[in-house]
Design a protein around this ligand. Structure first.
Ligand code: HEC
Length: 242
C-alpha cells in the first residue's frame, strides 16, 4: 500500500518536472494555480484605489497595465485567447499572480523581463522593455504592487512630442506597433513612422474611437480626454519633433 502511494507520487513528480522542462517560459505560478477561470473575477479581485497623481508613486492603471497590455497581453501572446503557456495577463487579478509585492527579485513579471538569454520576455525579435518601463515595474512592485490609479496627472498645456506624445505612445501603443510586432501593419516605433499615422488622421481617429477607425489602444481602456487633447494639439501645432 505504502509502496504504491510512493510510486504514484514519484510518477506525479516526474510528470510535473517533465511539464516544467517542456515549457521554456513557464511561470510556476500558473502551474500552482491550476485552472484559470476566464471570468477574471473571483476572490483575487482587488478594488482599484484612486487618488491624485503623485510624482513619487507608480500607478497600476495609469502606467503598469498599459505596458503589460501592449508588450505582453497582445494577440498571439498572453491575451485571453492565446494564453501562451497558460499565462494570461489581461487584468490586475491575473497579473498579480506573477508578482510578489515589495519583492522585485521574487516577481516573475519583472525577472523574466530582465533576462538576457532566450527566455527573456517579450521574446526576440520583439524588443525588450525599455529601462524606463522596467524601472516603473520594479518601483510599482517595491511600493506594494497595489491596484492603484491616479487622476489629474495630465496637463493639456504640455503637448510636445517628447514630453507628451512619445511617452503616451511608448506606454500604450509601441509594444503592438513596431517592426517585430506590427499590429494592423502600423508602425509607431519612431517619430517618422508615427508622424505618417498622425498626418493621415488614423492616429487621432483610433484613440478618439471615431467611427470608421479601429478603437485603440486595443484591449486597453480609452485614453483620458486630456491625453487625447495633448495628441490633438500636437497634431494641430504641426507634428513637430520637439
Ligand atoms: C494590444 C495590441 C495593440 C495596442 C496596445 C495598440 N494597438 Fe493599434 N492596432 C493593433 C491591431 C492588431 C490593429 C489592426 C486592427 C485591429 O485588429 O483592431 C491596430 C490598428 C491600429 C491603427 C489603424 C487604425 C485604422 O482604423 O486603420 C492605428 C492608427 C493604431 N492601431 C494606433 C494605435 C495607437 C495610437 C495605440 C496606442 C494608443 C495603439 N494602436 C495600441 C494592436 C494594438
Amino acid at each position: 500500500m505504502k509502496l504504491i502511494q510512493k510510486n504514484r507520487i514519484r510518477v506525479a513528480l516526474l510528470a510535473a518536472s517533465f511539464f516544467m522542462l517542456s515549457c521554456k517560459h513557464e511561470l510556476p505560478g500558473s502551474i500552482i494555480s491550476g485552472g484559470d477561470s476566464s471570468s477574471g473575477g473571483g476572490s483575487t479581485t482587488v478594488p482599484t484605489q484612486t487618488s491624485n497623481c503623485s510624482a513619487d508613486t507608480v500607478y497600476f492603471v495609469n502606467e503598469i497595465q498599459p505596458i503589460v497590455n501592449s508588450s505582453c497581453a497582445m494577440s498571439g501572446c498572453h491575451d485571453a485567447v492565446t494564453r501562451a503557456e497558460g499565462v494570461e495577463l489581461t487584468s490586475y487579478a491575473k497579473i498579480i499572480r506573477y508578482v510578489s509585492p515589495f519583492n522585485t527579485s521574487g516577481s516573475k513579471l519583472y525577472t523574466v523581463s530582465i533576462k538576457t538569454n532566450n527566455d527573456r520576455m517579450p521574446p526576440a525579435p520583439m524588443a525588450a522593455l525599455t529601462s524606463l518601463q522596467l524601472s516603473k515595474i520594479s518601483k510599482w512592485i517595491n511600493q506594494g504592487a497595489y491596484n492603484n490609479q491616479c487622476s489629474g496627472g495630465c496637463d493639456t498645456t504640455n503637448f510636445t512630442y517628447s514630453g507628451a506624445v512619445l511617452i503616451l505612445n511608448d506606454t500604450y501603443c509601441k509594444g503592438c506597433h513596431n517592426p517585430a510586432s506590427l499590429g494592423g501593419g502600423i508602425d509607431l516605433s519612431s517619430y517618422a513612422s508615427l508622424k505618417v499615422q498622425a498626418a493621415n488622421g488614423k492616429y487621432l481617429g483610433s484613440i478618439k474611437h471615431s467611427t470608421g477607425f479601429f478603437a485603440m489602444p486595443k484591449g486597453g481602456s480609452k485614453l483620458s480626454d486630456c491625453q487625447i487633447r495633448q495628441v490633438e494639439k500636437w497634431i494641430q501645432a504641426g507634428m513637430q519633433n520637439n
